[in-house]
Design a protein around this ligand. Structure first.
Ligand SMILES: NC(=O)c1ccc[n+]([C@@H]2O[C@H](COP(=O)([O-])OP(=O)(O)OC[C@H]3O[C@@H](n4cnc5c(N)ncnc54)[C@H](OP(=O)(O)O)[C@@H]3O)[C@@H](O)[C@H]2O)c1
Length: 336
């Protein structure tokens, strides 16, 4: 196969090199997949530099999220969920390659009518936003939901899910272009959070200035968001894209009767695996109903593993929206 192997940590994505490598050897519980599209994540940038919480022993193949075709089913599984030739998407170490080994729980079927390109970026963002808004915050018709960094990967998923449940969505982002993207995915209002008075602008958009019911925050804006949340509101802590882990004066939580709710999707596998199925069922239902579509960044095209470095550089520069996905052309790799 071809892939981006890390033999020693690199300074940045510009140093990534594609080479011919041996095919992965799947463990007994792993499928072998031919990759047709790979999605980028911020943690890939950390991992190639040796700065991520999960660092495999060198050498290893970089990348994680992908979509492709099953080449071989697990040798220890007599009743595999997927068969040879099935189209799947998922996550497993080694996503920047033409082949990858992956466990069944790390795979889902490519939704009907979706391309590999669209499906590659679905595995992390959709369940994070569904788990947060639906499972944790109980979003419902009539709610007003504030989605921060609404044009980002998890943000665009959150906009669509909140809309699908009948909420009014107020999107924030750092540029007009990104706010336009959020609106094209259903956001009702857009506010640039570089404006100092954005919490006041948000409040003004809610009925009688009461504030929003739910805040979805992947950035680190919980403290400021307490200014525009309503009585009994829920603040969802999703991430810290701005790089700062906030501290909060708890009198703000008491005064407005609010709840601060965390969501760590990746840890459901360990702590609450029984919730994973229902969350995906909910997402596939929204997809079937035409209420959730792929969020691939389309301003620029990235084709071939050679363009992974450039794709990661674009992601790291904050110039992209949605999921930055690289098309991975297959030579004879889809065949055994
Ligand atoms: N809790 C979970 O289970 C879970 C799961 C997945 C991801 N996450 C976390 O959620 C966050 C967002 O993930 P994502 O995949 O949506 O990332 P992403 O696609 O890169 O989007 C991040 C967004 O954050 C905004 N942002 C604000 N300040 C920023 C800064 N200083 N540097 C870079 N971006 C900044 C950017 O929008 P503007 O340019 O418009 O400001 C950008 O679009 C990350 O922290 C990630 O670790 C958490």
């Amino acid at each position: 196969m071809r892939g981006i192997q890390i033999k020693e940590y690199v300074k940045g994505p510009q140093d990534l090199v594609v080479s011919d490598l041996p095919d992965p050897t799947p463990a007994k519980d792993q499928y072998l997949i031919a990759i047709h599209a790979s999605a980028t994540n911020f943690f890939d940038l950390l991992q190639i530099r040796g700065k991520y919480q999960h660092q495999p022993p060198l050498p290893w193949v970089s990348g994680s999220e992908f979509a492709g075709v099953v080449l071989r089913t697990p040798s220890a599984n007599s009743n595999p969920k997927f068969k040879v030739g099935d189209k799947v998407f998922g996550a497993s170490q080694g996503g920047y390659a033409t082949k990858v080994a992956a466990k069944e729980e790390g795979l889902r079927p490519v939704p009907r009518g979706w391309s590999f390109f669209e499906a590659a970026g679905l595995f992390v963002t959709a369940p994070t936003s569904y788990g947060a808004l639906v499972t944790r915050a109980g979003v419902k018709e009539g709610d007003v939901v504030l989605v921060h960094a609404a044009a980002g990967g998890v943000g665009l998923a959150a906009v669509q899910i909140a809309k699908a449940f009948g909420a009014t969505v107020i999107a924030t982002a750092g540029t007009k272009h990104k706010l336009d993207v959020a609106k094209s995915f259903g956001a009702d209002h857009g506010i640039n959070y570089n404006d100092k008075d954005w919490p006041q602008q948000v409040k003004k958009l809610t009925p009688n200035g009461r504030g929003v019911d739910i805040v979805y925050d992947p950035v680190g804006l919980i403290d400021l968001s307490t200014k525009c949340i309503r009585w009994n509101g829920r603040l969802l802590v999703i991430g810290f894209a701005a790089g700062n882990i906030e501290k909060l004066a708890l009198n703000k939580v008491l005064l407005k009767n609010i709840s601060i709710v965390g969501l760590h999707w990746g840890a459901y596998t360990i702590n609450e695996p029984e919730m994973i199925g229902p969350v995906w069922d909910g997402i596939f239902k929204l997809i079937d109903e035409g209420k959730f579509r792929g969020t691939v960044f389309t301003d620029k095209e990235f084709v071939g593993l050679e363009s992974v470095g450039e794709a990661l550089q674009s992601l790291g520069s904050r110039g992209t929206w949605g999921k930055v996905v690289v098309k991975v052309p297959q030579g004879n790799e889809s065949k055994l």
